[in-house]
Design a protein around this ligand. Sequence first.
Ligand code: PGA
Length: 245
Amino acid sequence: MKVIVVPNKDKMGAIGARIIAEDMKGRLFYKLGLATGSTPIPVYQELIRLNKEKKVDFSRVITFNLDEYVGIPGTHDQSYRYFMNKQLFDHVNIPKQNTNVPDGMAKNIPAHCADYESWMESVGGIDLQVLGIGGNGHIGFNEPGSSIASRTRQVKLTPETIRDNARFFAKAADVPKTAISMGIGTVLDAAKIVLFANGANKAAAIAAAIEGPVSVKCPASALQLHPDVTFVITKDAAANLTLKF
Ligand code: PGA
């Protein structure tokens, strides 16, 4: 595992975008796994800037997002489809049909999850997966206790995650109770993984992910099993590591 500690989220964004831009070079098609949440926003802002300067081209990029709420449409301002359009897709030259986010309104969710896996496989798998991390160590909506072999599926949100997300909805009862999420096994299939973390509230999860045992208690610890993972984290998120970077 490679760990890059940066002073602030702007630097995190700049380094993250550079890693992605470098990895994109010389490929006919680039398959990029994406994440929502506040953490990757500086990365997306930097990618938008590089795209405007014609240093990064999205015309042959195919994206797959990690997760989506079940029961709200992509037009809902709290859906992850909406978030991705606003934070990245609307501002770069990516063909919208190349952007994939699980469909939280799918009639047959298990079939949609299986299709989502097949689409990723049919394009040859993800070249680089962007990840955030929850304060409890979750990646995507793979909460503690998720199997390391899990694939894209419908998952229940924990009371903690529902509570964390309630601030974004008019009332707590409006927060979806389930989501579609790539599994940990799905994430581990990506050729390269870059996890971003910003803030002291992530310090315990980061230490558990990097220095703790591989355990379902911290889903991100499964990344220790992957041969090409980079953590780009701010100083405060790195504070609980015993190794100093
Ligand atoms: P955040 O969420 O980036 O908004 O902190 C990350 C996550 O829960 O995966």
